[in-house]
Design a protein around this ligand. Sequence first.
Ligand SMILES: C[S@@+](CC[C@H](N)C(=O)[O-])C[C@H]1O[C@@H](n2cnc3c(N)ncnc32)[C@H](O)[C@@H]1O
Length: 380
Amino acid sequence: MIIYGLKGIELKSKTKDTQTGNISFSNQEYSKLLIDAKIAGFTNIKDYLLSLHNNLNPKKTIRKQEPSPRLKTIHKTDLGKIICGDSLKWMAKAENKKSVNLIVTSPPFGLLSKKSYGNENSENYCDWFRSFAESFNQVLADDGSLVIDIQGVWSKGIPARSLYHFKLLQMLCEEYGFYLCQEHYWWNPSKLPSPAEWVTVKRVRVKDAVNCIWWLSKTPNPKANNKKILTSYSESMLSVLSNGFYNKGTRPSGHKLSKSHFSINHGGSIPPNLIVASNAASCGPYFDYCKKYGLKIHPARFPYAIPDYFIRFLTNENDLILDPFAGSSVTGFVAEKNNRKWIAIEKDIDFANGGKGHFANKSPYKLEKNEYTIRSPHKI
Ligand SMILES: C[S@@+](CC[C@H](N)C(=O)[O-])C[C@H]1O[C@@H](n2cnc3c(N)ncnc32)[C@H](O)[C@@H]1O
């Protein structure tokens, strides 16, 4: 597309640092370039051409984002606020540097079938994410954490998976200096089987029901305390604690279990890096509020359990939590309930307004109940 417009370029050096170029286009070529530049989000052809050029070396490309709308606070509590607008704009403010203790968020994924709020292509995902990666680095406190929930996607037309979310992880660590503290996985048992062609028709793949959650930080030792996220002991563990009977000695795995190994009740067991949480809710204060005010229901809401886990694990009361892709502001609501300060930024006005619905909930804060069993793949 670009080649035809570049015939006959002459570059002359005016000063040591500046080059001027004469490029002639036919009217048709010029208007086509201008239209393509606008579609790609540029206001002039020069920036568009430079971006195309930089794309030849994707590692250095920072995609120019759409012009950002004005930031507008649309809901405020003692601890936080929902802001409508572009989170890049909020993060660019000097007073916000190193002020955030935890970013917990779910960006638009690189989906093939786009959601109403728009998604990036998985092929360009890293380029799109670069401005956010830079801004996250700037606003995060040195001992803060960055938690990104990201869904894997299928490649177009074939039963194979895209690598975009792994490339994102690699880019964040290798180019922006983040450490991968620990990958987590979110199993959503209520996910529907798709894409139909591979899963329910040809039956050559299984249900994709697990999102990756990358927990990253600026240093290898961010603030974290797993005592704050202990889960209830199982029946069998409770009986071991009360009667002291268990297989002492060396396990087949090589782990040596001493006499006193399971003798102390620590108040709960340390959770694994697999979080189970459904987001199948379709009623409650958020839905009532959106219905009452004719607002769109957000199609990709967090269950409370996801931000709740990371907020309690990685921050203390009064720390500041940021969700720069806030959607329905579940993160903000959960931060409020955990006595943390918070900022939830969402660019879509309907979604941002819908977030007020969570705060209309006067009933006590309760996490969703998640009954689940993992069945072995035996014959039915
Ligand atoms: C996957 S959704 C997040 C859903 C959210 N976790 C929830 O619980 O509702 C991603 C959201 O990011 C928003 N978004 C995309 N780019 C943005 C930007 N630059 N600033 C603020 N919001 C943005 C989209 O409008 C979309 O609602």
